[in-house]
Ligand binder design. Structure first.
Ligand code: 5GP
Length: 131
């Protein structure tokens, strides 16, 4: 059965899309640690990020860098932190989280809630800053 992220890529489940190319897809995390918390995923379905082929994981980092720069430019943060967990969704992904301190990327803390409109606006702002 397709993972929830493959269903998002296919458009069967809605998402706040930021950017994509033929191999990767970036969209807002639905339970964010911060405004602009983004997930970067490969379109190919692989559970564990570190099982990806060298070339694919390398290109995924370059794709993530492009998205991270756009997050940096548009969100109120000192840096964009990056994390790999994969404990919930068995489809490789990188978390990009705008951070101002250590606590901002503490995954065990309560997640933020945003309205549909706010999620949309955030995704649009980041997407517009992709170069
Ligand atoms: P992890 O697998 O890295 O532990 O966590 C998976 C992440 O995916 C979580 O931060 C969770 O909020 C996010 N997530 C799970 N299901 C969905 C979904 O349907 N849409 C979006 N946008 N994010 C999701």
């Amino acid at each position: 059965m397709a993972t929830i992220f493959s269903r998002i890529i296919a458009g069967e489940i809605p998402s706040y899309r930021i950017y994509e190319n033929d191999r990767f897809f970036a969209f807002l995390d639905i339970n964010p640690l911060a405004e602009g918390h983004t997930l970067v995923i490969p379109k190919v379905e692989t559970d564990y990020l570190f099982d990806l082929e060298d070339e694919l994981i390398g290109d995924m980092m370059i794709f993530a860098k492009k998205v991270a720069r756009a997050i940096d430019e548009t969100m109120d943060c000192k840096r964009v932190g990056m994390a790999v967990l994969g404990l919930e969704v068995p489809h490789a992904h990188i978390h990009l989280v705008p951070i101002n301190d250590l606590y901002d990327i503490e995954f065990s803390r309560p997640k933020l809630k945003f309205s549909d409109e706010a999620f949309r606006a955030t995704a649009q702002r980041i997407a517009a800053a992709i170069r």
